[in-house]
Design a protein around this ligand. Structure first.
Ligand code: CDP
Ligand code: MG
Length: 849
């Protein structure tokens, strides 16, 4: 059993060290061992490594010198056949100037950090350096992780093209797809994919080097990967199969990685790639628009386009809807149609298609003139070639931003913060920054989530500005005042500190990291969040119940180190959230598995319906939207079914939508006509396939065959499904407000939940909006105009003690001090510490054994 703790408790640490395979103390032995094998070649070159550390600089270099003196790799050179154009372009990248320094550092150190401005060539070139140095030549691969799918796909294509190698060799793997083959040598993947691979092979033996890209983004998986790799790398070295870790960041703020003693006892050297950045002049707004920053962005873009010299414009907004709305307005103000460019050149036929078309299939909504936009028209400006860019955009559409705009037009990209660091768009001279970012926030106690647009950090704002100075001096227009900028936080918080962590905790327990609290996180999540995660996993049966005897301190400790159960292991192998994994684990009853898989896939993909609630911009659009809304309402009603199936509620609608869509062959047309998001439906299809394989792998005896075109569940199966859903979403139980609560009008039609004092509601779009069952479970609560439960199913009160005994207390009537209870057969009363206590659930008595 592997242990990770670096416990404050001395004797425990001792034990851990004795019993463990992986421990933090191993570095030193290794140092000594390798000292003996020092090679003089390395010593000569070592001095050239730029070690970017202040303060303890001297000491750290000498520490570093002790490590890894053996050049574990032969100095091979694998030639790459690049085209002269590619060769010329890459020679201009700042990272090329550092190739030698980087590769020497890689040879001499197990782990290194590379910092360089976005666009300096890290992502595209460093994998090539490793390739040329032979890291992919012994049948092993070079792996690169990206926090975003967009980047993994587009970068793999780019590198394949630069190296003149087929995509079987330079490949990518993202959650739902990939083109990896047995010939793959460079593999781009999302960080989640690598985490799954660690679960299968802890030593990552297929890889000779792992590059963690975009580490400055501090995505949850990136953080965990760095923690894990800080242990895997020394272990690999110890076993004589050396592996290299390269952490790449677009900012210089890397102390969380380098100065963190729990991560790396010997801080890895930091190699700084000097940015070939041209000066960017920052222009602040005098005033800061509080509401309509999209309108402000529109006017600023128009002004730049009319008055300033050529050069691409990049506008940062916060979300997809805003991006589309601004695209529409700008296209209308400076229309680009075939034939109205200034210098006409016959466009290539395949190029022609798509340009100036409504890129995103929303042309039908682009009707009527907005009077506010009219003033911006009617001058002699050249057309504006407007492109949207956000992470959910289809890859072909995304690829357009890298191509030069049609002659006689100005490129204008309206993007979310995906353009901040991971993608570099050529030819940008002007940046318009709204200063905001859209993030999902979670309430620490209740887990209620909401998307909020907030101010970004100073670091992000500076990244955005930097996009303007890639090819020549540029300008950044900030749509806020310098005073507002001064109030921004310096850096964005690491994601891991902002969201629930039950999925991570389960994954880590599955890796036998029992005391997650001692894991070397670059930034640890709060103890609160870890306790909440362990508690949820215990109630789901994924972790063993902690003993509730002993001293308080021991009990608290035990709470944070519950071992994983066999059920937990099965759950960890399903690539979905633990609550849904539990449903899958229960799904084999009554042949329900295909339905559970479909529902879980739909809940995981999220947002399967098109967002038709947006306001219309014209009368015509409004009537079209109304038609589509009416159609969607009709479809929802149809999919919700009748009789017994109605009670499965929104999950029945999901099931119906998935079934109907598959029946119709999952075509874009069907989706459009039924108000479904085509992209979501395709993802659901892929995820269903994945989940089916995962379930079959865990329990081969079940042998699920998922027919995409399911027949609707029988009444009996619907009941079973509702029970399975209850078992998975047990902590998301809500009860209709009653009794004296109803005196206050705010509780009309409202529900009570154990953790919140505020009323929550069933959304008007829900199948159960009119039914208002007494007990429901919900997928999540989103706060919009009210607290709305989404993904609601009705459950029966008597199922609660049967399926969620962990939340109930059973005893004899005499023992019961509280009035919650009345029964001749036994007591069901609220467990004092449980969530039921605060709302005073009155459960009808049920016969229990
Ligand atoms: O990772 P980093 O931000 O340091 O740079 P990169 O992504 O490797 O990009 C290096 C250069 O390649 C940039 O200047 C981009 O303009 C260019 N590039 C491109 O033209 N097309 C792509 N699909 C990717 C990169
Ligand atoms: Mg990059």
């Amino acid at each position: 059993k592997r242990k990770w703790e670096d416990d404050d408790d001395d004797d425990e640490e001792q034990k851990a060290e004795e019993s463990s395979d992986v421990d933090t103390s191993s570095d030193e032995d290794e140092d000594e061992q390798e000292d003996e094998e020092t090679s003089s070649v390395c010593q000569e070159t070592k001095r050239e490594v730029k070690v970017e550390q202040d303060g303890e600089k001297e000491k750290k270099i000498s520490d570093q010198e002790k490590v890894q003196k053996k050049p574990s790799e032969p100095a091979i050179f694998i030639p790459v056949d690049r085209s002269p154009e590619v060769q010329e372009a890459r020679l201009k990248l700042p990272v090329l100037a550092e190739e030698q320094v980087i590769m020497e550092a890689v040879r001499e150190n197990p782990s290194i950090v590379i910092c360089g401005e976005t666009g300096s060539g890290k992502t595209t070139q460093v994998p090539q350096f490793l390739y040329e140095a032979g890291y992919a030549s012994d049948g092993r691969m070079i792996g690169i992780t990206e926090p975003r799918r967009v980047a993994a796909v587009s970068m793999s294509h780019r590198v394949a093209k630069e190296m003149n190698l087929p995509t079987q060799v330079v490949s990518y793997q993202i959650r739902y797809e990939g083109n990896v083959t047995s010939d793959t040598k460079i593999k781009f993947m999302t960080d989640g994919v690598l985490l799954k691979e660690i679960q299968k092979d802890f030593l990552l033996q297929k890889y000779s080097a792992i590059i963690i890209d975009e580490a400055h983004e501090r995505s949850v998986y990136t953080d965990i990967l760095i923690g894990l790799l800080s242990r895997i790398v020394p272990l690999r070295n110890k076993k004589g199969m050396p592996m290299k870790l390269l952490i790449m960041s677009a900012t210089l703020r890397v102390e969380d990685f380098t100065e963190n003693q729990r991560l790396f006892r010997t801080p890895p050297p930091v190699i700084k790639v000097d940015a070939r950045q041209f000066p960017v002049t920052i222009h602040f707004n005098k005033r800061t628009p509080l509401e309509d920053y999209t309108g402000e962005a529109f006017h600023k873009t128009c002004k730049i386009h009319r008055m300033l010299p050529p050069g691409g414009i990049l506008v940062f907004l916060t979300g997809q809807a805003e991006v589309h709305s601004l695209c529409r307005r700008l296209r209308k103000a400076f229309p680009f149609r075939k034939g109205n460019t200034l210098k006409m050149r016959k466009p290539k036929p395949q190029r022609e298609a798509g340009i100036g078309d409504e890129e995103d299939g929303d042309s039908d909504l682009d009707l009527g003139d907005d009077p506010a936009d009219a003033e911006e028209k009617a001058d002699g400006s050249i057309p504006l070639y407007v492109l949207p860019l956000y992470s959910l955009l289809a890859p072909e559409q995304q690829a357009k931003v890298f191509r030069p705009p049609p002659p006689g037009t100005r490129l204008c990209i309206i993007a979310t913060n995906v353009a901040e660091t991971s993608l570099t768009i050529p030819g940008i001279k002007y940046v318009v920054d709204c200063g905001r970012v859209k993030k999902r926030f979670y309430d620490k106690v209740t887990g209620v989530s909401s998307f909020k647009v907030t101010w970004t950090s100073q670091a992000s704002a500076n990244q955005r500005a930097g996009r303007a100075g890639r090819t020549e001096p540029g300008h950044c227009y900030r749509l806020y005042s310098s005073a507002v900028f001064g109030d921004f936080t310096l850096f964005s918080e690491a994601e891991i500190t902002r969201r629930p962590v039950e999925d991570l905790v389960l994954q880590m327990k599955d890796l036998n990291i029992e005391k997650v609290v001692n894991f070397p996180f670059p930034t640890p999540p709060s103890t609160e969040a870890l306790v909440a995660a362990e508690q949820l996993l215990v109630s789901l049966g994924a972790l063993e119940e902690p003993p509730c005897t002993g001293r308080l301190k021991d009990m608290q400790r035990a709470k944070l180190s519950c071992p994983i159960t066999p059920l937990g292991r099965a759950m960890a192998s399903f690539p979905v959230a633990p609550r849904y994994a539990k449903m899958l684990a229960l799904g084999k009853q009554q042949d329900c598995l295909p339905y559970v898989i479909a529902v879980v896939a739909a809940m995981t993909v999220r947002e399967i319906f098109e967002d038709l609630d947006r306001p219309a911009r014209s009368e015509d659009e409004s009537s079209k939207l109304n038609q589509r809304r009416a159609r969607l309402t009709q479809m929802r009603r149809l999919w919700a079914g009748q009789g017994a199936s109605l009670l499965l509620g929104d999950l029945m609608i999901m099931l119906g939508a998935v079934g109907a869509c598959e029946f119709a062959g999952c075509t874009p047309r069907f989706c459009e006509n039924s108000g479904l998001r085509y992209k979501a439906m395709v993802e659901i299809r892929k995820l269903r396939g994945q989940l089916t394989n995962a379930v079959n792998a865990v329990c081969p005896e079940v042998g699920v065959f998922v027919d995409p075109k399911m027949t609707p569940p029988t009444e009996h199966q619907v009941v079973c499904l509702r029970q399975i859903v209850l078992a998975g979403l047990g902590d998301h139980l809500a009860r209709r407000a009653q009794g004296e609560d109803l005196v206050d009008p705010k509780w009309k039609n409202a529900y009570k939940t154990p953790l919140m004092d505020e009323p929550v509601f069933i959304h008007p779009n829900s199948a159960l909006f009119k039914t208002l069952p007494e007990f429901v479970v919900y997928q999540e609560i989103m706060e919009t105009s009210k607290m709305y439960m989404r993904g609601v199913s009705a459950v029966e009160a008597e199922w609660v003690p049967q399926f969620l005994p962990q939340y109930c207390h059973f005893g004899s009537p005499l023992e019961s001090p509280s009035p919650w209870f009345c029964s001749s057969t036994g007591t069901i009363r609220c467990h004092r510490s449980s969530t039921f206590f605060r709302v005073g659930w009155q459960l009808p008595a049920v016969e229990m054994e």
